[in-house]
Structures are given as C-alpha cells and as structure tokens.
Write a protein that binds this ligand. Structure first.
Ligand SMILES: Cc1cc2nc3c(=O)[nH]c(=O)nc-3n(C[C@H](O)[C@H](O)[C@H](O)COP(=O)(O)OP(=O)(O)OC[C@H]3O[C@@H](n4cnc5c(N)ncnc54)[C@H](O)[C@@H]3O)c2cc1C
Length: 402
C-alpha cells in the first residue's frame, strides 16, 4: 500500500478525469490541473467498447454514461464504390465474455462532465480549471509542478504526477520523451448532421465505408439534446485551403456521396484534424507517468484512442495503490503493460483499419472485403475479431504481464 498519497493530474480531459476518480477511490489526494475554464465540447471520441465499459462500471459511472448516449449492438462495413453493405458484426457474440456485449456511443465531453460532477463529493480531490501546467520537475522526495493562472505562476508539490495533458503534452516535453511515429499526409474532416442515415440507408450506429476514391466513417451520437445526430469522417488533402474543404458546398457534396439526398443536409458542425500514429518512447520517468493521448495517439478509425487512455487510467490507479513507494519496481509494470498494449492492439488495428478502408488496388481491395464477409460468416472468427476490436483481448493479455 503506497504511503505517498499526493498525486497531481495534469490535464482534466476524459483520461485525466477517470484517473482522478480512480485515484480518489483508492484514497489518494488528487489535484487536477486543467487549462480550459470550460469542458471542451468539440466532437471527438464517442465509441466506447466493452472492455472500457467494464472499467467505467468499476468506478461507478456506468449508468449515467449509458443513459447519456446510444447503445449499439452492431457495426457494419460497406463497399462504398458499389453502395452496398457487405458485412455486419454483432457484439452480442460477446455475451459470455462481458457484462456489456455492445458499444456505447457517448460523447467524451459528457464523460468529463459526469466525472467532474462526481468528484465534487470527494473531499480528497481539487479540480483547478483555467490553470495550465507550465513545467514539471522531480527529485527523490516528490514532484514540483509549475502552474499558471491568469498570468500568475505558482508551484504545486506532490508525490507523483500523471501527465494526461493530451497529444501536445507539456509533461511529456518537460521529460524530453520522444513521441515516436508519424503524421498521416491527409487530414480528417468531421461533418455532423441531423440527417437520419439509419432510416435512409439502414445504417447501424457505426459504419465503415471502404472507398477507392474516398473512404468514410459514419456514426451516430445522441447529442446534448438527446435527439440524435450523425458524424461522418472523411479524408481531406492538406494542400487544399481549409475554407474550401470546410465550405458548405463541399460538405453537401461529401454527404451526398454517402446517400444522395433530395434536400440539403442540415449541417450542425464541421471540424478538421491532423492525425498521427505516435507512441511515447517511455510512459514513465521516476515519479512522473504519462497516460492517454500524452503517451499515444492514433487515427480514430475503430474508436480506440480514448478507450486505451481509460485503460491507462485504471492501470495507473491500481499500480500506485499496490506500490509501496516511488522506488517499488512494481511501478515499471505500468509501462510494460500499457505501452505494449498500445502498440500491439491500438496502433496495429487503427493502421490496418485505415489501410483497409482506403485501399485502391482492386485485387487487394476485393480480398480485404471478402475477408470481412468470411469473418462475418464464421461465428468463431467473428467472435475472435470482436474480442480484439473491443480490446477485451488487450485487457486479458495485459493482466498476464508482470
Ligand atoms: C475525430 C475524432 C474522433 C475520435 N473518436 C474516438 C472514439 O470513437 N473512441 C476513442 O476511443 N477515441 C476516439 N478519439 C480519440 C480521443 O478523442 C482521444 O484519445 C481522447 O481525447 C484522449 O483523451 P485525453 O484525456 O488523453 O486527452 P485530451 O482529450 O486531449 O485532453 C487533454 C486535456 O489536457 C488539457 N491540457 C493540455 N495541456 C495542458 C496544460 N499544459 N496544463 C493543463 N491542462 C492541459 C486540455 O485542455 C485537455 O482538457 C477520436 C479523436 C478524434 C480527433
């Protein structure tokens, strides 16, 4: 049992908030330092897999999380070039493996709000919003974090620091840890519309469209009003001006490429991202740990990045709770487990998912799509596919690493 109880969490996004709650429940004193004054509501993660739902249940937020989103039993693959659905996968095949044989599509900002509200009832947690981490140092006794609020700097001290401050992590940079990997040459455009693709196309709440000219991801979320809305993700070139890519006309053309609609699509939101596949060379230096996007980023196809970050959060809380102090060799296990799982499951699958959707070679493309049909038609292979894509396999494999 760790006697060093004061933990600073840098970044109060979804991974930081889950880390804070899990640590608070293990009797740590937690200070969350979050740069934004308000919760960021930009559309990002929504797809939450069985393995992660189990973890959200373990920290007592699953009912609210499910109630705030949509439950999706199936996901589909489409051949966009021929406008036909080619395979459907059924999470119910996981019913003997998990209490949650489905995916929950709840937007990540709702998770932040649910947990932030819950943290208010923990006297051992302080959340400092509108406060940025500027630097982090450590010595044999603890960590010192320089924070800045309204132009005024202050130093916070603790026994451990968890950097959950996203892809551009100040904590990772202050440790001089390399963010190894690459950036994809294209950007990802996200269009949100109220148009009902389930009614129009028979689409499930998560659908992947393989296209030699243009691939697409389509998924439904509840929205803050719970009325339902669809997000479509497309590749976009970097050498075309953003105002052209983001124009209403271009957005209408893209959405009509999925389903030709007689009326204009109602556009609710447009956003564009650079996308990377990167893993930090190390997830820990001494008393400082990295979790979530600060330690790994990937393309969103398959919806794995935040799921993996939440797995990091639970692992760090359990590891710190089991360790005796900062010199306990058990602390090394965090990196052995989490870095390995990110590379073997999240990086591998998201890269393969992207390649499968964008393949241009007709023979390779046909083989990829035939493979999906064969997997769908064989219950044992479909089960194995779902165990991997839901990260249930990743959790089991990680527990075996000592
Ligand atoms: C379009 C898109 C769709 C996605 N879909 C999915 C999906 O369906 N499923 C999935 O699992 N993943 C998905 N992802 C990935 C997911 O959004 C990220 O993995 C997730 O946001 C990581 O959470 P995080 O808390 O680690 O980082 P972030 O969400 O980036 O949060 C970091 C927080 O740290 C704060 N911060 C930054 N710097 C500082 C500082 N110096 N001091 C204090 N605070 C700081 C930020 O303000 C922010 O609140 C998607 C991503 C995109 C772009």
């Amino acid at each position: 049992m760790n006697v060093q109880k004061d933990v600073i969490v840098a970044g109060g996004g979804p991974v930081g908030m889950v880390t804070a709650l899990a640590l608070a429940q293990r009797d740590f004193n937690v200070t969350v330092v979050e740069a934004d004054a308000q919760v960021d509501t930009n559309p990002r993660a929504a797809t939450t897999h069985a393995s992660t739902l189990e973890m959200l249940a373990s920290i007592g937020v699953i009912d609210e999380f499910i109630a705030a989103g949509l439950t999706a039993r199936y996901f589909d693959f489409w051949d966009r070039d021929q406008s036909r659905k080619i395979a459907r996968f059924d999470h119910d095949l996981l019913r003997n493996d998990t209490q949650f044989p489905f995916v929950v599509q709840t937007e990540q900002h709702k998770l932040v709000r649910i947990i932030e509200a819950k943290l208010k009832s923990y006297p051992n947690v302080t959340v400092l919003r509108g406060t940025s981490v500027a630097a982090a140092e450590q010595d044999a006794n603890g960590v010192t974090v320089t924070v800045e609020r309204d132009g005024v700097q202050e130093k916070l001290s603790g026994h451990f620091l968890v950097g959950t401050d996203g892809g551009r992590s100040t904590v990772r940079k202050s440790l001089n840890i390399e963010f190894e990997g690459y950036t994809w040459p294209e950007q990802f455009l996200v269009l949100t519309t109220s148009f009902d693709f389930e009614k129009a196309l028979g689409s499930s709440y998560r659908a992947y469209f393989a296209g030699a000219d243009e691939w697409c991801n389509l998924f439904k979320v509840a929205g803050d009003d719970m009325k339902g809305r669809w997000r479509a993700v497309f590749p976009a070139p970097v050498d075309v001006p953003e105002e052209v890519i983001m124009s209403d006309e271009a957005a209408q053309r893209r959405l009509n490429g999925i389903f030709r609609c007689d009326e204009e699509y109602e556009l609710l939101h447009k956003n564009i991202y650079r996308v990377h596949q990167r893993v930090a060379a190390s997830f820990r230096k001494g008393r400082i740990f990295l979790a979530g996007d600060s330690s790994h980023v990937n393309n969103p196809i398959g919806g794995l990045g935040l799921n993996c970050g939440i797995h990091d959060a639970l692992e760090i809380a359990n590891t710190l709770a089991q360790a005796t102090d900062a010199n306990d060799p058990l602390l090394d296990r965090f990196e052995r487990r989490r870095r390995t799982m990110n590379i073997e499951f999240v990086q591998q699958q998201t890269i393969a998912n992207k390649k499968r959707l964008e393949e241009k070679d007709p023979a390779v493309r046909a083989k990829n799509l035939d493979d999906l049909v064969e997997i769908q038609n064989d219950p044992a292979r479909q089960h194995a596919f779902l165990m991997r894509s839901s990260l249930l396999d990743s959790v089991r494999k990680s527990q075996a690493i000592q």
